[in-house]
Design a protein around this ligand. Structure first.
Ligand SMILES: [Zn+2]
Length: 470
């Protein structure tokens, strides 16, 4: 990227709200289903039907607005945004235009505040499915509730854009406002981007990118567009204001349509919906039920438990994982030990099986039991890991496995002495090496005793006894 220019990025993100039904009718809002089965006269745009507001969608939008530090408008209104497209049967989309539900918020990323200009409620369109020979339309998604979250053009790099999106998605998931699965189009991002010579105040001409299906695509498409625009500016060319379509496969952006201004949409107030009036009490109720957000939890984990930034970030990745941690430390009073086990052993199983913590078969209570055995020095660390693997495979509890296999640490000195005597006799050559001054070989002897006693003795105890014997 050419360092002569400053990169200016603004992001519009569509988040699908987690409601059971659509925004203006009682059809199911769920993803999937046979095409054109979750529809009715209202969402398929038949003439003369009336939309009715889904209160749950309004509440979720308020929740999102509050968590993003916005002012919630006690009065907001709906408008019709007109455009012709086969997957928009009414010929217009009901959205909020002049009076959005929430304004003037911010999201903090790495100590930097990214301003949120507005959040508004709107309905989704249907979906077109194109093949080389035909185009199909599925109206199931028509009328599914969305919020659009618009930032000020304050983002300065593709990395920052991705970080903002990750943070936003994490907050939406903590709130349970949306599942935010990009592959199901619950979370869609449309960046606009322009360059300006460093030092210049006036913004350059911007382009908009569409069809970004993953955070990876967002990053790649932004890099592509920064390069394209800086090459044009370098040769004295002019950037054309347009909407670009990201071609995932070939990693290039192509023109989708030309300059678009709001006048093109012929917005006018939606005559079938009253002004949306929110009562203060309801807003305050929602405020009081907001869960602890990732940044609030981060502060607690770092200050109260003295955990490292890296470990805290992994624990907070999802609310469910963070909750699992909290449940476990209620029963095992060693936050560092629990945190280490979660980010290594537990995480490895989740990754290996491609499952979430909700699908993990060991409940917090059972993990706490296992770790408590370790803390009480009833088992060794190596044995704890073996038991953990068994628990994952067999669904048995730690106590059951320990009892069945006789894995408790032994206080039986005769076992210790007998095993050491055997190992020393079997490894006379190693013993000779040790005696000639090569003291590092002792770890081999400890290992041999550990193996013989199947983890029933701690390495330290074995080492002390071997040193005594030698
Ligand atoms: Zn419907």
């Amino acid at each position: 990227m050419n360092s002569k220019y400053e990169v200016i990025i603004g992001l519009e993100v569509h988040v699908q709200l987690k409601t059971r039904t659509k925004l203006f009718c009682a059809c199911p809002a769920e993803f999937g289903g046979q095409p054109n089965t979750n529809i009715c006269p209202i969402c398929s745009g038949l003439p003369g039907v009336l939309p009715t507001m889904n209160q749950h969608a309004v509440d979720l939008a308020i929740k999102a607005g509050l968590a993003l530090n916005c002012q919630i408008s006690e009065k907001s209104s709906f408008a019709r945004k007109h455009y012709f497209y086969p997957d928009l049967p009414k010929g217009y989309q009901i959205t909020q235009y002049k009076e959005p539900l929430a304004i003037n918020g911010f999201v903090e990323i790495d100590g930097l505040k990214i301003s949120i200009r507005r959040i508004h409620l709107e309905e989704d369109s249907g979906k077109s499915i194109h093949s080389p020979t035909e185009s199909l339309i599925d109206f199931n998604r028509c009328g599914v509730p969305l919020i659009e979250i618009v930032t000020e053009p304050e983002i300065r790099s593709p990395d920052q854009a991705v970080k903002y999106l990750q943070t936003l998605r994490q907050i939406m998931r903590y709130l349970d406002v949306s599942d935010c699965e990009m592959e199901k189009a619950h979370f869609r991002c449309e960046p606009n981007i322009s360059l300006r010579p460093i030092g210049q105040k006036q913004f350059g001409v911007r382009t908009e990118l569409k069809n970004l299906n993953s955070l990876n695509s967002v990053h790649q498409a932004l890099e592509f567009e920064i390069n394209r625009q800086s090459k044009i500016l370098d040769t004295g060319g002019v950037i054309v204001q347009e909407t670009l379509f990201w071609d995932e496969q070939n990693r290039v952006a192509g023109t989708m349509r030309g300059k678009e201004e709001s006048e093109d949409y012929r917005y006018f107030p939606e005559p079938d919906l009253p002004v949306l009036v929110l009562n203060r009490e309801n807003i305050d109720n929602i405020k009081n039920t907001l869960p602890l957000l990732p940044w609030q939890r981060k502060k607690i984990l770092k200050e109260k438990y003295n955990l490292s930034e890296n470990i805290v970030n992994i624990i907070l990745e999802t609310k469910e994982f963070a909750d699992y941690f909290v449940e476990t430390i209620k029963l095992c009073d060693d936050a560092k030990l629990v945190a280490n086990w979660l980010v290594t052993e537990v995480k490895a199983v989740l990754n290996d099986k491609s499952i979430s913590i909700n699908e993990f078969n060991i409940i917090p209570k059972e993990l706490a039991n296992l770790l408590n055995l370790l803390r009480a020095q009833k088992i060794t660390g190596t044995v704890a890991k073996e038991i953990f693997t068994d628990m994952v495979l067999t669904n048995k509890t730690a106590t059951e496995i320990v009892n069945e296999k006789g894995l408790f640490l032994s206080n039986d000195d005769s076992l210790l002495i007998k095993s050491i005597d055997e190992v020393l006799t079997e490894n006379a050559d190693i013993v000779a090496k040790y005696k000639s001054g090569k003291t590092s070989v002792i770890s081999f002897l400890i290992g041999a005793v550990l193996q013989k006693t199947h983890g029933k003795l701690t390495p330290q105890k074995i080492k002390d006894k071997i040193l005594e014997k030698l």
